[in-house]
Every structure is written in C-alpha cells, then in structure tokens.
Design a protein around this ligand. Structure first.
Ligand SMILES: [Ca+2]
Length: 304
C-alpha cells in the first residue's frame, strides 16, 4: 500500500505587489536574447531574490535571500503525452502501478483515499476518464518525476529555483506568478480566470467558473512574465528538495539534506483560497517521495 501522504492546508494570506511589470519586462528582455534554447524550455536569468513571505504561513518564513545563476525551466508541466513517450521508450513502471493504487480525493467530502487502479493513465481509477494527452501528468511519485527528468538529461528544479522562476524577477511580496489578482484586471464581469483553481466553497461546491473540475490543458491560462505556464494552479509540482523550516537558511544551496517529504509548489485545481491558497508564489506543500496524487505533477529544469 502507498505510504501516507500529506496535503498541507493553505489559509488565505494578504500580499502586496509592486513593480511587477518592470521586473517582468527585464526578464523578457533577457530571455529573448537566448536563441539556442530547447523549444520546450525557458531561460530564467539568474539574480537575487527573496524566498518566502512574512505574510505567509509558518513554513514560508522567515524569508531568506538567494543568488542564483541562469538556469532553464520547462515551459509547461510535463504532459501525459510526454510521459507516455517516456514510458514507451524506457519501460518505466510508476510507483502507483507497482502499489496498485494512488491517492484520490472524494469531491463533496474532501476525503482522501487510496483508489485501486488509479495511476497516470487513469488518475481517478479505471472507472474514471483516461488522462487527456495535453494535460499535466498526475499520479506520479517524486521517484517517477526524478526518473523522467533524468531520462531527458534534465533534473527537478530546486524549491528555490521554482519560486525564483515563479516570481519573474520580482523580489518583493507578490501574490501569484501572473500578478496580484486571480481574475484578469479590467475583465469584470467577464470573469477571465488566470489559473485553474477551486471556484466556490471547498469541498462542497465547485462552480467551475474557470472551466475545469480537475486538470486543464497545459498553457490554457497563458504564460507568466517569465514565459512559463501553469505556475499557479492546475497541479502542484514536485521539486528536488526535502521539506523543512526556513529557519537558518542563508542561501540557495543549504536546503535540508534529509527529510521525510519532498516539497511541491504551485497549488492545484483543488485549492480554494479560504482553505488552500497554495497557488501563491511562496506557498509550499509536501508529500513522501513515494506518494502519487491526483493533483500533483512536475516539470524539469536544467543548468544553463
Ligand atoms: Ca478549476
């Protein structure tokens, strides 16, 4: 049976954004100069940034400062199609397939359970729909994600790299990878959502205002100023790092050397701000490396 998993509750935090557009323009200018990038990756120019938020939850503070070199990030989360190609080529058998079950949340109650037969092909189990090819792959463990990235000559991003990329060069407090509002400014009452989250009252009512009850096609909600899609909502994304307190952190290279669970970033379609505001740039969740969950995927990174 699959090991226990943790899904961290995410209360609402109030965050303030300033100067986002200027920082974004700087990033875009630097990225545009790179002509030899892999088509599926984005150059994230290095620099300094704050990590965490003093207005966030306990594990988002104290904030600390990092200095990062240039690095590359996948433009989108890894899709079901890309993962299928990897499986076909490598013969990889996922953790969920070996265990015979994976974690599924029951809509209406919010109760998590291990669903027999759930895996990356059928995230909700064999009675559910097969995973669409252009959606982010889910029901993959940290070990599966690591294996995929390694096969592409890539690696999982560190937690610091993930947040740095989500901030698009913005060092101050910032709400989301796309700015400071979930709804595109000026579009009321058109209600143009910028991320796939939970709309309504979790876990009882999902109004589906953003169009999706579970995952959505990668890139459906556009790109962040850094050129990345789905850096808020859709699926949480595995990072390379063990989860731990920020207390004593002094830079990008002193993440915990051991732990019991790996950090996930970005929030998911299950996040409703009053319960789980996980799609903020500084928000963190974590699960044991062998956990496979219906709302967790990943993307890869590479040294520049
Ligand atoms: Ca949704």
């Amino acid at each position: 049976m699959t090991a226990l998993f943790a899904v961290t509750p995410r209360p609402v935090g109030r965050l303030i954004t300033r100067g986002f557009a200027m920082a974004a323009a700087m990033i875009l200018g630097a990225a545009a100069a790179a002509d030899d990038l892999p088509a599926d990756m984005v150059l994230i120019p290095g620099g300094q940034s704050v990590i965490g938020s003093e207005q966030g939850l306990d594990d988002e503070r104290p904030v600390f400062h990092v200095q990062l070199p240039d690095f590359l990030m996948d433009r989108t989360p890894v899709t079901v199609a890309a993962f299928a190609a990897f499986v076909q080529q490598s013969g990889h058998v996922t953790t969920a397939e070996r265990f015979g079950d994976a974690a599924v949340m029951q809509f209406g109650t919010g109760r998590w359970f291990l669903q027999p037969g759930a895996n990356w092909r059928y995230p909700l189990g064999r009675d559910g729909q097969p995973a669409p090819a252009d959606h982010p792959v889910t029901q993959v463990s940290w070990d599966d994600a690591q294996a995929f990235c390694s096969a592409q000559d890539k690696r999982l991003p560190s937690e610091v790299e993930w947040e740095f990329a989500a901030r698009s060069g913005h060092e101050g407090d910032i709400s989301y990878a796309f700015g400071d509002t979930l709804l595109k400014e000026g579009d009321f009452p058109a209600r143009i959502w910028q991320a796939n989250t939970w709309n309504g009252t979790f876990p009882i009512i999902n109004t589906l205002d953003d169009g999706f009850a579970t995952t959505s096609p990668v890139g459906h909600f556009g790109l962040s100023p850094a050129g990345l899609s789905d850096m808020a909502g859709n699926v949480w994304e595995w990072t390379a790092d063990w989860h731990g307190s920020y207390a004593g952190r002094k830079g990008a290279d002193d993440a915990p050397l051991q732990g019991s669970s790996k950090v996930q970033r970005g929030g998911s379609f299950l996040c409703e701000a009053a319960v789980c505001h996980g799609y903020r740039v500084s928000s963190r969740s974590h699960s044991t490396p062998d956990s496979s969950l219906m709302h967790v995927g990943f993307r890869c990174a590479r040294d520049a």
